[in-house]
Design a protein around this ligand. Structure first.
Ligand code: UDP
Length: 413
């Protein structure tokens, strides 16, 4: 395991996003947690929503005086190919895991547990990759930490074999956190579940305010024509995010709106070996169309650039087929963008259909909604304003920190 050290944040900067009562509660909870050592463990320091969440949560909780640390488990491509398979099966994909694959999954976790030989009070293990780790740790340390498992994926309809595997680790955990009740139900978790929504950080480079002139300047440099509309999807290259479907939607829209452009932005997460393969497939599908732009972090598209693209887009899509939450949706709504999302999982929490965006069930529906919104600037603005209000109320880091502190306090006292 490797510790990830992040820059500190000044928590007082977040005052604008929280009421005085909440701020007081946050401080008092943090004080009551002094002396407790807390670990967050996941499988990647870069790429995907979980790492994105940690960049803000960990420094903010630390700045309140809580001794929280972020550790990442280490594994090779073979390990991450197995864990991506487990991830896909849990989201309802086809296939099966072999006994050798399960064996390797456990072995790598056991190896990571070797570094873990010091006392800690509370551990939050994120997603399936490091889930078996505590099996190998708890024999070694006398003061057993309280364990929480945080599931970030859509487990509403899991493959039975993967479900059984996850269920075999659940007895180790005192609490489990999900984003939606039916994700817990899908795994048969009833009594020890808690629902906590993810969040975005309004002050991070990804979401902080950028003047239109600045963001348009950034986007222009990448060759996008800002005199014409552009559709945007920001996502890992993953079949569940459906970049192929988005490309097909763009093609249908283009028959009616010939000057429309499409931008697909996707980073390569370290724990997602499938990413490159699917990236190439997406490129092949886009073919020679010069008005489709596909960028990755290797093209210099980092957080600030994603921010600029989201602020400059005409319409933002997140046409997922399964979605644990989809931070990209809150990111889009926060920037007051009309957003069209797949009618699945966590996207349903964020977009109120017909009020702050549209939820769609097919390419055809997505095409209709894109065409409608391209012609209706007033509606785009109205959706954007409504979406921003929802995120301010429900999906900012400050609320998320408060939820975690409340849970920690309940568990350690
Ligand atoms: N992201 C990014 N660059 C990319 C693609 C994605 O910074 O090229 C970020 C995106 O802005 C979001 C996170 O990665 O903050 C993805 O989180 P989400 O919950 O949407 O999906 P996940 O990848 O966790 O399934």
């Amino acid at each position: 395991m490797k510790e990830i050290i992040l820059k500190t944040i000044d928590s007082s900067l977040y005052r604008n996003f929280i009421s005085a009562r909440q701020e007081k509660e946050m401080k008092s909870l943090a004080t009551s947690l002094r002396g407790e050592k807390i670990y967050f463990i996941n499988s990647t320091a870069f790429g995907g929503g979980v790492a994105e969440l940690f960049y803000s949560l960990i420094p903010l909780i630390r700045s309140l005086g809580v001794d929280i640390h972020w550790y990442v488990i280490e594994g090779d491509n073979r390990f991450f190919a197995v864990t991506k398979k487990i991830h896909n099966l849990l989201q309802g994909g086809e296939g099966a895991i072999t006994p050798e694959e399960i064996q390797y999954y456990l072995e790598v976790n056991k190896k990571n547990a070797e570094d873990f030989n010091f006392p800690v009070d509370l551990v939050v293990v994120h997603d399936p990759q490091p889930m078996p780790l505590p099996l190998f740790v708890s024999n070694k340390i006398t003061d057993k930490p309280k364990l929480i498992w945080r599931c970030h994926i859509d487990t509403s309809r899991p493959n039975p074999q993967a479900k059984k595997l996850i269920q075999s680790f659940l007895p180790w955990y005192e609490k489990t956190i999900f984003s939606l009740d039916n994700f817990a139900r899908g795994l048969g978790v009833r009594d020890k579940k808690i629902i906590i929504y993810p969040s975005i950080d309004p002050l991070s480079p990804k979401n902080k305010y950028l003047r239109a002139q600045v963001s348009r300047g950034i986007v222009r440099k990448f060759g996008v024509n800002l005199n014409h509309p552009f559709l945007l999807q920001v996502s890992r290259f993953d079949p569940w995010k459906d970049p192929i479907g988005v490309t097909d939607v763009y093609r249908s829209v283009k028959k009616k709106v010939p000057d429309v452009q499409l931008v697909l932005i996707g980073s390569m997460a370290m724990d997602d070996p499938e990413g490159w393969m699917f990236y190439e497939r997406t490129l092949r599908h886009a073919g020679e169309d010069k008005e489709i732009f596909i960028f990755t972090n290797f093209d210099g598209v980092g957080s600030a650039e994603v921010n600029a693209f989201q602020r400059s887009a005409t319409i933002i899509l997140q046409k997922s087929i399964r979605e644990g939450f989809g931070l990209t949706v809150s990111e889009a709504l926060w920037k007051q963008k009309a957003t069209i999302g797949g009618n699945v999982g966590g996207i349903r929490l964020q977009i109120e259909n017909g009020k702050s965006g549209y939820l769609v069930n097919s390419n055809r529906e997505a095409t209709e909604k894109v065409e409608e919104l391209l012609l209706d600037e007033v509606k785009r603005e109205r959706f954007g304003e409504e979406g921003h209000r929802t995120v301010a109320k429900k999906f900012l880091t400050t609320r998320h920190v408060l939820d975690y502190l409340k849970l920690f306090k309940k568990l350690v006292n």
